[in-house]
Design a binder for this molecule. Structure first.
Ligand SMILES: O=C1O[C@H](COP(=O)(O)O)[C@@H](O)[C@H](O)[C@H]1O
Length: 242
């Protein structure tokens, strides 16, 4: 399926449009299936979006008790390490909205990376009652090297054909990461990238427009659903090479 690319000159306008999309998707999911299964991105870019969702303008638009949160990827570091994606989201979203721990699928990094991946996968499957895992909304970021989630260039996880969770050692950042595979992300009902800043312009070009680019070089090219468009919420600086 093709991508729908939404370019904004104003970051606040971009974040508001994406927050509106998340709210209407959540409302429809809860109306139709009783819950909203929301996969969060890590890194720096989504922090302002999470703060916006927790603000007065948006916080009443979603039934948070019926919302379940997952992480597209997590850094394999101890529970309280500031590098954890969980801690950023906790501060920006979970604490302000008083989200119950039972609604958050946190990655347990107390044992090996492989055990963390297996346990996280198992907890997701249990939540979906062993049916196909179709998240309602997957929010993704994009690194300046075109990685998304923890699908980094030239890593073995890019060849994974199962819709699952994997542990992967990433030389580039010198650590294990726990990540959703591309097939798992691609099963989602809605996928949206949030990308801004001129540092991301080359990556966006290679992912969306470079016909010679390979998946090994630009892993976000793996993200493509058979059934739904992938939405890109990007600013004019990051879109400058398109
Ligand atoms: O390592 C990661 O990076 C990407 C992009 O992060 P950003 O700081 O450039 O926005 C992020 O989407 C991913 O979840 C994270 O673990």
């Amino acid at each position: 399926m093709i991508s729908a690319i939404n370019v904004y000159t104003d970051i606040n306008e971009l974040l508001n449009a994406l927050a509106e999309n998340i709210c209407s998707t959540a409302q429809a999911a809860i109306r139709e299936r009783g819950q909203f299964n929301f996969v969060l991105a890590g890194g720096n870019s989504p922090k302002k979006l999470y703060e916006l969702l927790a603000s007065e303008k948006f916080s009443n638009k979603i039934d948070w008790d019926k919302t379940y949160f997952f992480f597209g990827d997590e850094r394999f570091v101890p529970e309280n390490d500031p590098q954890r994606n969980y801690l950023m989201v906790k501060k920006a979203l979970f604490v302000p909205l008083k989200i119950k721990n039972s609604n958050v699928f946190n990655v347990d990094t107390s044992e090996s990376p492989e055990t963390a991946a297996l346990r996280y996968d198992k907890s997701i499957r249990y939540h979906f009652k062993e049916k196909t895992v179709e998240f309602d909304f997957v929010l993704l970021g994009l690194g300046d090297n075109a990685h998304t989630a923890s699908l980094f260039p030239n890593t073995t996880v890019l060849e994974e054909t199962d819709a699952t969770i994997k542990a992967v050692y990433v030389n580039e950042v010198n650590m294990y990461r726990i990540t959703m595979t591309a097939p798992l992300i691609n099963q989602a009902r809605n996928i949206a990238f949030l990308v801004y800043g001129k540092d991301k312009a080359a990556a966006i070009y290679h992912v969306l427009n470079d016909s010679k680019g390979t998946i090994n070089e630009y892993p976000a090219r793996l993200i493509s659903s058979d059934k739904h468009k992938t939405h890109w919420y990007i600013d004019s600086e990051s879109a400058s090479k398109l």
